[in-house]
Design a protein around this ligand. Sequence first.
Ligand code: SF4
Length: 411
Amino acid sequence: MAEPKIKKIKSTVKMKEILADYFRELDEASRTGSKPIAWCTSVGPAELLHSLGFLVHYPENHGALLGATRESVEYIPKANAIGYSPDICSYLTSDVGACLAGKTPLRAAYNMEGVPKPSVLVYNTNQCRDVEDWFQYYARNWGVPIVGVHTPRGLTEVDEPLIDNIAGQIENLVEPLEKIAGTKFSAERFSEVVGLSRRTTDLWWEVLSCAAKVPSPITFFDGTVHMAPAVVLRGKSVANEYYETLLEELHDDIEHNKAAVEGEQIRLYWDGMPIWGKLRDLAMFFISQKTNVVASTYCNSWVFKAFDAADPFRSMARAYTELFICRSDYYKEDYITNLIKEFQCDGILFHDARTCPNNSNNRYGMPERMINDRGIPAVVIYGDLCDLRCYSEEQSRLSMEAFLEQIRQGK
Ligand code: SF4
């Protein structure tokens, strides 16, 4: 039997170029000190940082790169050896371990001197406490200033007093950040960046929505790659131009009925983190099963429909507090059910990522509730985002094959 092929996305060439430019600019600023660099959590207040003239580095992006290149497995034990548990976020342990080893995949990929040197570390605990502890490592060891936003989690409702509080915390960042950047805050510039971010997010959602078509021209695995501009370049017109190009290609695919998975028969929803070191293997597995993973919580995490250039602080507070990851299971179950309908999915695959309880939604009975109360088939596989020692390929494959067979029989 011929080996299944992954459908090429032509726009990838352009994406690689804009990412190379982004890293080149960071590297130059890091080497010459020409511009201040902020490290920011992936759903931290990036728009405020851009408006103040910071270049922004996202350590989670570095963690994903360490996972995708499988270098993380070598570095995690180095962080464990200085007291960072193997059970905490493996982005954190991969990144800190790589720092201890003096290594980074950014050298081979972008010819960079190393990870960009930060002038400030900026976090938001909306996703987990690990991000604050992660940045504290660098604050302690490198003496870099650290500031952040503390967001409560497990929220069913996001009400106005909470938005007042978060917006106030973001406003309080302005003064220390102005001092570090050596610039004055401009409300006009801030509003402009939030407007650009809103456009990025709208375009990214349009890209993801192409997968609602049957057959879908894109997979979850494509999404984990093509979300890079939404993560690291949101608020920049270059990201928006990129998504316009990608959309043109995907609309053309839809018009010509070009499926990402030839002969698509089953459509799935992926909940939880990607398994970065196994993206290709999993993509190939699903192609061989004529199954497409068409929707996910993960890729949707960079869709911020609340951004509003006319009300930048409050809309940003809302956007970064309404995230799926900060919400209660009541909210999450309704959210997933709506997407299952919209994307015509036959079932949910929950990834229990060993080191990320924050984004593993299977641990408090959700799969059983989805099956029993909502009639949606579900399966759980056990793995991790970066620590491949937690992932049993054989066992996961058997669970997924049995699950797909169950769906086939139910159709
Ligand atoms: S949400 Fe999970 S993967 Fe992301 S930083 Fe927190 S613990 Fe790590």
